[in-house]
Design a protein around this ligand. Structure first.
Ligand code: SF4
Length: 292
């Protein structure tokens, strides 16, 4: 329907959502494991262009229930611009249930509580936050531009303003060397932040980014294998103790095994499933696929 500026990404759970590109690229664009937007320079699209796409979509898909605002960190838009876009969207889609976007911890921390509240009231109610790890050492090695503390702060700030938050973490991001530290610190951050949803992926470096990742890691990177990824998952699930319910999913295609459940009530069942899978490696994904 529109001429999207590719590549275009959205979270798996937004597969059926209508997507408006309100920004192009990522305003940070430095995480060493991510080449989603390396081909684009960050920019904010002209409001009139966005409005004409919203009009077009409203004519063709008036029953839309979910909208995702792309690209990599739409929340970087000035608050007034974001509110103008949301105010334009809302009346044109009477069945709308949710508007969401990706957000970095820095995007959230840059907004005042009042700004976050205004944006929420205007209709953007969910953030997908790539936290990747809770370990400051790893976050620095992958040039994430965040620390465990800034991640916790940003999640709490967003939750205080009413947002639903979904966080992504990456198994294997510290390699073998930092495996334990990665998982223990990530469990601490997830327990403190208690996001509504957590998605666990396994590290998969695309060719265009591998050299940069290895250089920035500043020491030999020893990738974990599927069985170690499962051990990371086991340790992670055992250590997460959130103060509120957290829906946990490790069912992304990059993972060796699909695991899912809700903390705290499904923790034991998830532990048992992981333990069963560890003793049945034949249930692993097809031989030959490796995340790294
Ligand atoms: S992981 Fe997110 S913040 Fe980092 S470069 Fe990629 S899109 Fe930008």
């Amino acid at each position: 329907m529109f001429d999207y500026d590719y590549p275009l990404y959205r979270p798996p759970s937004e597969a059926r959502s209508l997507i408006f590109q309100v920004t192009l690229g990522c305003s940070f664009n430095k995480c060493s494991y991510c080449n989603m937007y390396r081909s684009k320079e960050y920019s904010e699209r002209p409001l009139e262009e966005i409005k004409s796409e919203i009009d077009l979509a409203a004519r063709h898909m008036p029953g839309t229930t979910r909208i995702f605002l792309a690209d990599g960190d739409a929340l970087n838009l000035p608050t007034d611009t974001m509110i103008q876009i949301l105010d334009y969207i809302r009346p044109r889609f009477p069945n709308l249930e949710r508007i969401s976007c990706y957000a970095m911890p820095q995007n959230i921390l840059k907004k005042s509580p009042e700004e976050l509240q205004k944006i929420y009231t205007a209709g953007l109610t969910m953030f997908y936050i790539g936290i990747e790890s809770g370990s400051d050492i790893i976050l620095k090695k992958v040039t994430k531009g965040a620390t465990g503390q800034t991640i916790i702060k940003s999640c709490q700030k967003a939750k205080d303003a009413g947002y639903t938050i979904s966080c992504m973490i990456i198994l294997g991001l510290g390699g073998k060397t930092y495996s334990r530290q990665h998982i223990e610190d990530t469990a601490k951050v997830l327990s403190a932040a208690a996001p509504n949803y957590v998605g666990a992926l396994t590290l998969h470096l695309e060719d265009g980014i591998r050299d940069e990742f290895l250089t920035k890691f500043k020491e030999p990177f020893l990738p974990i294998d599927d069985s170690e990824a499962l051990s990371e998952l086991e340790l992670l699930v055992s250590k997460i103790e959130p103060s509120a319910e957290v829906v946990f999913r490790a069912n992304h295609g990059s993972n060796a095994y699909p695991i899912g459940g809700t903390f705290p009530q499904d923790k034991q069942a998830m532990m048992e499933k992981i333990s069963y899978l560890k003793s049945h490696p034949e249930l692993c994904r097809p031989v030959g696929f490796r995340g790294f």
